[in-house]
Write a protein that binds this ligand. Structure first.
Ligand SMILES: Cc1cc2nc3c(=O)[nH]c(=O)nc-3n(C[C@H](O)[C@H](O)[C@H](O)COP(=O)(O)OP(=O)(O)OC[C@H]3O[C@@H](n4cnc5c(N)ncnc54)[C@H](O)[C@@H]3O)c2cc1C
Length: 506
């Protein structure tokens, strides 16, 4: 009998198994796909070397994944964003430096500054372990992120930038998620700037050799004979002194404990005996994955850089929501990575890959005004919505009411079954870093129950050691007034002026 059986060989399941192996436990990992890595997937091809079509970017404050990579000997390189970026918003194309498009209209600038500053402040007050315990949790969870920004923003440009932010973080539209879940994500990612930026932010680096290397090396450490690929789990049965885990085809394995590191969104495909408790069963019906197609287009040369552009772009209406240069650090295999997310991804999933390729290339040619984009060398893409063992990406989402009604059931083990997966992380939820945290937490829970560790919580390297969120914080100054404050100040000024005028006339 195994002491622990882990379901899923993504970063989370493998992080759990690694910790259990380090503690000397007899562990088995069952993975549905014929590869490890889950939502990280690195394609290898002589035409383009290697390329990540799943999770890829890491940045400061993500100490767990960075620490793990360092331990496994996986190096990182800086993503290039030193040249001009492009923003196609509200019908016009502008170039700028950085990741978040600036607003030049003074009213729009003050409004965006105030909205993002307010969201950061509100997020700061969310208890990351239990957002449903926030004093205004009910109110925040009963409204959508769209309703929240509509209450806050005066300018259309603010709502537009906010919508781009929500799409790029959740891969859904702002009306699909609750305001509480938005704030929770901002809290778990250390603020809007940290989440959005390349330099100093969550997109600062990539792994040399691709992100899937992390899982490959984890599997090597755990022992390849302990990681069974092509073994989709279909049933988990709890017995008096253990669990019985059955795979498609009928093969069963006995263990003392199980750790499910399968995304909650697709847990319904597994039958649990006895059935999951009411709250867990209802929760997993309410954690849908976002909608994303990741594309990479390769070119003969990085001609966009020669003309002063980094390859980074955002667009509110164009085919590609966000693009980032994907040329290898040594300058080989010039490429642009583009995310198609949310409603656009849903619409474009009806097209063929060839049609998407054409549409992506036309989009770049139009916004960069360079016809060379129409002549790609290679094109690869991955539509995560059609992946049976992921269900979408980047991660799950919470609609209104879910966190407050069902949140308590997120982390709770069910009998001998413990739960991992990035969705359950309390820092960098939805990211690779969160996958490590949630996996290690589940492993510690099991070790604790076996009397091997106490307390469950791990010692972490201090996130405070990371550099500031951005080299240039000028787009989010703290001292500037909001439009509300300006109007109030203007109103008081006007009243004082009128009082003085009439007094001097009398
Ligand atoms: C397109 C895309 C881009 C992303 N970009 C980034 C990024 O730049 N930076 C970042 O940090 N994160 C990014 N993410 C998110 C990141 O990839 C995930 O947060 C992380 O990989 C999740 O790891 P996990 O182990 O929790 O889940 P998963 O990787 O989903 O692992 C779950 C595993 O369970 C397996 N499984 C499912 N069902 C069964 C079953 N019945 N039996 C056995 N096994 C099963 C799956 O095959 C999978 O291997 C991105 C994700 C996507 C899709």
């Amino acid at each position: 009998m195994y002491e622990a059986i882990v379901l899923g060989a993504g970063i989370s399941g493998l992080s759990a198994a690694r910790l259990l192996r380090q503690a000397g436990l007899n562990v088995l990992v069952l993975e549905a796909r014929d590869r490890v890595g889950g939502r990280t997937h690195t394609l290898h091809d002589p035409h383009f070397g290697y390329s990540d079509v799943g999770g890829a970017y890491v940045g400061p404050m993500q100490n767990r994944i960075l620490g793990l990579a360092a331990e496994l000997g996986v190096e990182t390189y800086l993503v290039d964003d030193n040249l001009y970026s492009l923003a196609e918003t509200q019908g016009s194309v502008r170039r700028f430096h950085g990741t978040v498009p600036p607003v030049y209209n003074p009213i729009g600038f003050l409004d965006l500054n105030n909205a993002f500053r307010t969201l950061d402040k509100m997020a700061d007050e969310i208890p990351r372990e239990a957002p449903w315990k926030h004093s205004s949790a009910e109110q925040l969870d009963s409204m959508t992120a769209k309703e929240l920004i509509e209450r806050m923003a005066w300018a259309e440009s603010t709502r537009n930038t906010f919508n781009i932010f929500v799409r790029m973080v959740f891969c859904v539209e702002a009306h699909e998620i609750s305001a509480l879940s938005l704030l929770c994500m901002i809290k778990c990612g250390y603020g809007i700037e940290r989440i959005s930026n390349i330099a100093g932010g969550a997109q600062e680096r990539k792994f040399i050799g691709g992100a899937q290397t992390i899982s490959e090396r984890l599997a090597d450490r755990i022992g390849r004979d302990r990681v069974r690929l092509g073994s989709p789990v279909v049933r988990v049965e709890e017995e008096a002194d253990g669990v019985s885990v059955t795979c498609e085809g009928g093969e069963s394995f006995e263990g003392m404990f199980a750790i499910s590191a399968v995304p909650h969104a697709i847990l319904q495909k597994i039958s649990f005996l006895p059935p999951l408790p009411a709250m867990k069963s209802q929760l997993i019906q309410r954690m849908p994955m976002g909608s994303v197609i990741k594309t990479v287009v390769f070119y003969q040369t990085a001609f966009w850089k020669e003309r002063g552009f980094s390859g980074c772009s955002v667009s509110d209406t164009g085919t590609v929501d966000c693009s980032i240069d994907d040329t290898k650090p040594d300058g080989s295999h010039p490429a642009i990575m583009g995310f198609i997310v949310s409603d656009k991804a849903r619409r474009m999933s009806l097209d063929t890959p060839e049609q998407r390729k054409e549409s992506v290339c036309k989009h770049y040619a139009k916004i960069f005004k360079m016809k060379e984009f129409l002549d790609p060398k290679d094109y690869i893409e991955k539509n995560w919505m059609e992946e049976a063992y992921s269900g979408g990406g980047f991660s799950n989402t919470f609609g209104p009411g879910v966190l407050t009604s069902f949140g308590e059931a997120l982390l709770q083990p069910v009998g001998r079954i413990h739960f991992a997966g990035t969705e359950l992380a309390t820092e960098w939820t939805g990211y690779m870093d969160g996958a490590v945290q949630a996996g290690e937490r589940a492993a510690r829970e099991v070790l604790h129950r076996l009397g091997k560790t106490d307390p469950i919580e791990q010692e972490l390297p201090s996130p405070a050691a990371a550099p500031p969120a951005s080299a240039d914080r000028s787009w989010l100054p703290g001292a500037l007034p909001s439009i509300d404050a300006l109007l109030r100040f203007g109103g008081i000024g006007l009243a004082a002026g009128l009082a003085w005028f009439f007094q001097s006339k009398l």
